[in-house]
Design a protein around this ligand. Sequence first.
Ligand code: ADP
Length: 222
Amino acid sequence: MVLLLFGPPGCGKGTQARLITNWMKIPSISTGEMLRAELRAGTELGRMAQSIMAAGGLVGDDIVNQMLTARIQCPDCRNGFLLDGYPRTVEQAEFLDALLARLGLPPAIVLHLDVPEDALVGRMISRRQCPTCSRVYNLLHQPPKSPGICDDDGTALITRKDDREHVFRERLKTYDDVTRPVLAHYHDHTYHQIRGDRSPGYIFEAITSVLEKELSGESLVN
Ligand code: ADP
């Protein structure tokens, strides 16, 4: 099963990706995380992406398409995978369709986490992330057990540079201008809209009930 988690920055994709991964035992692939890893490793690609990410723009389609092509052919993706933050442009969506077909994989199932824009900025201000394992916290709704420390590995939590308010607003604008139109591309795919303005537990329940139906349909067909 190829799952695609779609939604604006701050809608909770990272949190749900982690829950889905644990539940379905499939890897979650975040192109944003992959780019941040390149940046931390100081690679040429990381250096190139840095200024674009810091300004709230999108890294070039060719670069992310290439990164993704290599990643989904890794052995851990054999039983399916979840995409978080990809595709973000219509070109990427068209590329992904062709790539999945070429690899003999089923078309992506789209889970759209829909959150009203005015809720997103408030969420972003209280968002913190573990730079080691990438787990996302929210100081208001999902705080770590010890203030400022990751529950899983004890690393000091950080605020992502691109979560500063002016950059975040730019990311929202990029989403509206370039990424939201990707939804129209998926009108003939399996598409589920999920209300994302609720607690992570509720959202995850909604997602699991959708996926249980998809999984039972899949086993009937196979
Ligand atoms: P969020 O989902 O919180 O907006 P991500 O971690 O997915 O953030 O992405 C961070 C940044 O990485 C984006 O703002 C963008 O600059 C870059 N990026 C991530 N995924 C893509 C993509 N598929 N295409 C182009 N740029 C991307």
